[in-house]
Design a binder for this molecule. Structure first.
Ligand code: AHR
Length: 653
């Protein structure tokens, strides 16, 4: 008899194995609400994330304002004439100081011109139309501009010529041309013909297949990957670029809005950050500026979460400080940003937003003061910001830095001080090894529930700590992240926002690894970490539920469970980090009826080194299926392969 029952049970379990453990979930005992902001994204212009990345401009150094004005450009002339093309400076326009001046001596197309190499080449797509534009004035005579798209053999694959140009005031010429080929690393040639003197600036080429078809917009494939995550918020513009190498190099949002040609370019601090990954051609044009960030947030349904400089430059670099008595303009920038985002058309900064085409407010709710700043100097500056912001905008939630790590003297001091000043949200950063992530899945269990909320604002699994030269986005990293995230989710009553960092990397232009999403000029793929993040953000649920016992590392198992009020489903997320397949049983209480089939979405591979790539974009990605549920006994069997991360959705009637 005993034997028979065992056989039956084994058959029912599916693979001839027995449930090792039995867990219980009570669907009627809903816990804390999960913040809609819980799973978000962190955007920084690092690894060619913005310029050369999501900002779809194909021309590098379009206004000749890189430190070396000819960087990215090759001069072409049939007969070399000294000084025929000159970079000129206009002291009356510090926001757009340089332009190119060309003497024309009856040249014909192909005799005098420039070739732009793009950021790492230009991605061109067969049959796609490209928008070319240029600012020009004809100081003397007449001129014509001819544009060519070139493939990697330098053959012309698209071209257009202007009419004869005239007019001594600056004006814009716009033309479009179609590429006859798909080219990964193309270039653009621009030829000047005519007789006289021609000045040019802001030479630009954009694909027309941008996100929402916006002119001069963003790469649609990159935005789509973000939209697909249904992120709760987007943190921008970083990261260390907020702080800058020094204060001159800090991010100043006011210089990133308004007409493009007036957005003053600065060096990207990642240009010089890592000696082993120098990127001398990395600058910020701010074509993607604060207006566009807010618009992006709105497009993808994410709360905007801007982080501003707090009067301190990066403490790993110059560590420059603004004296407390000189902090006012920095504080004013924060107040003005809130007005820019939320103010009406009669307010000074609200008017600027309206002028840029967005009459409705952006509904800003959060503002970050400082990125990875630390020490008493940070606290005293933050106090000043806090007082000013809360006086004028008490409803705005302030996000404050707890430094660069989750422990150590700096963290201890900041954590204590931030709690003392009753800051709204503490931003913790955790770039850690896989083993740290596994060992810290209970980190937030002991956090004070009455204290500030937690934003795990930058974090990722760094495999380098296991050997090797660089951190790689392999399954080992992603699996450990999935385990850590079950811990974040179990603590969603106090952890209200989290974001992996950094977000994007260009295969030929990165400085930092690992990164969530990789691109080249034409292609994109999500890493296994991307799919793990997406599994959480698209299965967020609305309320916490609890297992009858905490599942946080026992037998290499990590799990969390939530309730989705909209769909009336229990969602179970479970990581089996062990090297053997296991089966466990879940009893569901507090439900009259449960659905016959649970939806299962699972990521797994035996190979911890497995990675995605342009060629194998979804080698490690979720696979969807359905599993039978014992509706009579209200039981679900979790049948978990070794090294797997599974998400189950069980409907409750
Ligand atoms: O995400 C990359 C960098 O890591 C961020 O710019 C910085 O905040 C952190 O040190």
């Amino acid at each position: 008899m005993k034997k028979k029952i065992l056989i039956l049970a084994a058959l029912w379990l599916g693979q001839g194995a027995f449930a090792q453990k039995t867990f219980t979930i009570d669907a009627s005992k809903k816990g804390a609400e999960i913040a809609p902001t819980m799973w978000g994204i962190f955007f920084e212009d690092i690894n060619l994330g913005a310029d050369g990345g999501i900002y779809a401009e194909l021309v590098k150094n379009r206004s000749f304002e890189f430190f070396k004005p000819w960087m990215g450009w090759e001069r072409k002339h049939k007969t070399f004439i000294e000084g025929q093309m000159q970079i000129k400076n206009r002291p009356d326009k510090p926001s757009n100081p340089r332009y190119l001046s060309i003497q024309l001596n009856n040249e014909k197309k192909g005799e005098l011109g420039l070739v732009n190499e793009g950021f790492r080449g230009m991605g061109l797509k067969k049959g796609l139309t490209y928008d070319f534009s240029i600012l020009y004035r004809v100081k003397k005579g007449n001129a014509q501009v001819h544009v060519e798209l070139l493939n990697d053999k330098k053959e012309v694959v698209g071209q257009v010529s202007s009419r004869s140009l005239s007019g001594s005031e600056w004006q814009k010429l716009e033309m479009n041309l179609v590429s006859a080929e798909t080219v990964l690393k193309g270039k653009m040639a621009i030829w000047f013909s005519g007789e006289g003197e021609l000045d040019v600036d802001m030479i630009s080429l954009f694909p027309t297949d941008t996100w929402k078809g916006r002119k001069g917009g963003m790469r649609a494939d990159m935005v789509q990957m973000l939209a697909d995550m249904k992120p709760g918020f987007i943190r921008f513009p970083g990261g260390c670029i907020v702080e800058g190498f020094d204060l001159d190099n800090r991010y100043q949002w006011k210089k990133t809005i308004g007409p493009l040609e007036e957005r003053q370019l600065i060096m990207n601090r990642w240009n010089i950050e890592f000696a082993h990954r120098p990127t001398p051609d990395y600058f910020q044009t701010f074509g993607l500026g604060f207006f566009e960030y807010f618009q992006l947030a709105e497009d993808i349904g994410a709360e905007p979460l801007p982080i501003l400089n707090c009067g301190m430059a990066c403490q790993f670099n110059s560590g420059e400080l603004v004296a407390l008595e000189d902090l006012d303009p920095y504080v004013q920038d924060a107040l003005d940003l809130i007005e820019f985002a939320n103010g009406d058309a009669n307010s000074t900064w609200g008017k600027e937003r309206v002028k840029m085409g967005h009459p409705e407010p952006f509904n800003l709710k959060f503002i970050g003061v400082g990125n990875e700043n630390w020490g008493p100097q940070y606290i005293e500056r933050l106090e000043i910001f806090k007082k000013a912001i809360k006086e004028k905008y008490p409803e705005i939630q302030i996000v404050a830095s707890s430094g660069t790590s989750t422990e150590g003297d700096r963290f201890e001091l900041l954590d204590k001080e931030l709690r003392k000043m009753n800051i709204d949200i503490i931003d913790e950063h955790a770039y850690k090894s896989p083993s740290w992530l596994y060992e810290n899945t209970s980190r937030y269990d002991s956090y004070d529930r009455k204290g500030p909320q937690i934003f795990v604002g930058e974090w990722a699994s760094h495999t380098k700590n296991k050997g090797g030269d660089i951190n790689v986005n392999n399954w080992l990293a992603a699996l450990s992240e999935s385990a850590f995230m079950t811990g974040l989710e179990r603590n969603a009553d106090i952890v209200r926002l989290t974001s992996y960092a950094p977000l994007f990397a260009h295969e030929d232009g990165w400085q930092w690894t690992p990164d969530l999403i990789w691109v080249d000029n034409l292609n994109i793929y999500g890493t296994p970490s991307y799919y793990v993040q997406k599994q959480f953000s698209t299965n967020r649920g609305t309320h916490l539920l609890q297992f009858d016992q905490k599942i946080s590392g026992q037998d290499s198992l990590y799990a969390s469970t939530v309730w989705d009020e909209q769909t009336k489903e229990i969602i179970i997320k479970v990581t089996n980090a062990g090297s053997s397949a296991v089966q466990h049983e879940v009893n569901i209480l507090g439900a009259k009826k449960i659905g016959e089939k649970a939806k299962l979405s699972r990521m797994f591979t035996d190979d911890l080194e497995a990675m995605n790539s342009v060629k194998e974009a979804e080698k490690v990605a979720p696979v969807a299926s359905e599993v039978a549920v014992d509706t009579k006994r209200k039981k679900l069997i979790l049948s978990l392969p070794a090294r797997s991360f599974s998400v189950y959705r069980i409907s409750v009637k």
